[in-house]
Write a protein that binds this ligand. Structure first.
Ligand SMILES: [Zn+2]
Ligand SMILES: [Zn+2]
Length: 466
């Protein structure tokens, strides 16, 4: 129960007051003290356009520079969506490439557009038109690049990419990913799945193109929303990877977020001063109610609060920045999630919140006359801990349905319960929303198959050593 008594706040004076509406009229730039102010940030910080743009460039380069992770000759893949963040990102990189020699950015950059139009309900013609607009925009910013369909994320093979300059030949073969999204019931899980598949595809394409880093355009406002929604979605243990400057869950390719210090307001000022156009495409929950998904509701909460209290985004963002986890690179043996590749947070300890959640679920399922989790205590396990015996269908070899080979081919009838052992808590929630009749994507089946083989090998080695 909340202990705060309403009577403690009898007058409005005791409540936090909303910020005043910022004004630029008659104000002077606080940086150069000469030009008229055209930008107001944090309510009272006024800048002229020249000082604002210089500060933006400095901030971008400082974010990259202070990490010391990017070498001048690195090959970098840039995830481009056509929206504000990645448009500004491309413009900043191009401007950096034209600087004087000692300040020049020398990266070998490749732009990649992930075509997720099929799951967003776009027709083939609409997707072609979006790709064409992206092509024009990317050319206008001085780059060339590639496009890839989100459907490619579902397979273990190398993703098929095509140059943006070429017309997309066949955009019809995306039924796998559309079927998968249709089989997921909640928009919260659909948004999660879309994000995880996009990340996976960026890593796969970077690997196949020989890029060692991926730049994504997540800004401060996006990351503040991600911090709160991830906590609500049970992804608190992964926050440093999901919102920090570097996402190092893959050992060979790092995802970097060089736009993380830019708020949405700053991006809009930057676009306006440089007269840059963005490509707006609808998201999964565009034009839907705020309660459609946890992410959409969190976005509404953060952005609306930020309009009245301008420090909201930075307060959330700076708090999230302080979180850290151990060095994943220190051990190759750490178990990772088969979908998002974050460290598994589902190993029970005596005081884990997952244990508490599962115990609570078990008791609730037994109803008022249940024997308070007696079964759980007797078996010394909770439902989410998969006993080895329950894994049988995963290892079963069945005769191939599609050919007449005498040996038979392994067919993995993988239920959600079979493979949830290899997923983190957040990813389990996605697949809890998956229609049980729908098959698990190929790449996940393969990943789980490899892990089972690895577990078997470990057991054999352990037995041998004993
Ligand atoms: Zn100025
Ligand atoms: Zn996961």
């Amino acid at each position: 129960m909340c202990s705060v008594n309403d009577a403690e706040f009898e007058t409005d004076d005791e409540l936090m007051q909303p910020d005043e509406v910022p004004q630029t009229e008659g104000a002077i730039c606080k940086k150069c003290n000469e030009n008229n102010a055209e930008v107001v940030l944090r309510v009272k910080d006024t800048y002229c356009s020249t000082c604002f743009l210089a500060a933006s460039t400095h901030k971008f380069r400082a974010t990259i520079g202070k990490s010391k992770l990017v070498r001048p000759t690195d090959s970098i893949l840039i995830g481009h969506s056509g929206k504000a963040g990645s448009t500004v990102l491309l413009h900043l990189i191009k401007a950096g490439m034209s600087e004087a020699v000692h300040k020049r950015l020398m990266y070998k950059t490749t732009v990649l557009y992930v075509d997720d139009g099929a799951v967003l309900g776009q027709t083939v013609d609409q997707r072609k038109s979006t790709i064409s607009a992206i092509r024009e925009q990317v050319h206008g910013l001085g780059f060339t690049g590639y496009a890839v369909s989100l459907n490619e994320s579902l397979h273990s093979s190398e993703p098929k990419i095509y140059p943006l300059d070429e017309e997309a030949e066949d955009l019809k073969g995306d039924s796998d990913v559309v079927d998968l999204f249709n089989a997921v019931s909640s928009y919260t899980s659909k948004e999660e799945l879309l994000h995880k598949l996009r990340q996976k595809l960026l890593i796969s394409v970077a690997r196949s193109l020989g890029c060692c880093k991926v730049f994504t355009a997540d800004g401060a406002t996006d990351l503040a929303i991600t911090i709160l929604s991830n906590i609500a979605l049970g992804r608190g243990a992964q926050l440093p990877l999901d919102v920090g400057f570097v996402d190092s869950r893959e050992l060979d390719i790092k995802i970097l977020r060089p736009m993380r210090d830019f708020t949405r307001k700053e991006l809009i000022y930057y676009l306006n001063f440089h007269k840059l156009e963005t490509i707006q495409t609808p998201g999964l929950t565009t034009k839907k109610e705020p309660y459609t998904s946890i992410q959409k509701l969190t976005e509404k909460f953060v952005t609306e609060l930020n309009t009245e209290f301008s420090g909201t985004v930075s307060a959330i963002f700076r708090t999230g920045e302080k979180l850290s986890i151990g060095n994943l690179e220190a051990s190759n043996l750490i178990e990772t999630c088969a979908l998002c590749r974050a460290q598994l947070d589902t190993v029970f300890t005596n005081t884990s919140s997952l244990q508490a959640t599962e115990f609570s679920k078990l008791i609730s399922a037994e109803g008022p006359k249940g024997n308070i989790g007696k079964a759980a205590f007797e078996l010394k396990k909770f439902p989410c801990v998969i006993d080895a015996a329950e894994n049988v269908p995963l290892r079963d070899s069945k005769n191939c349905d599609n050919c007449s080979c005498s040996k038979g081919k392994e067919k993995f009838e993988m239920s959600a319960k079979n493979f949830e052992k290899y997923l983190c808590y957040g990813c389990r929630l996605i697949f809890k929303d998956l229609d049980k009749q729908h098959s698990i994507p190929d790449f996940l089946q393969n990943s789980v198959r490899q892990r089972i083989s690895l577990d078997d090998m470990r057991e054999e080695i352990a037995d041998f050593l004993l």
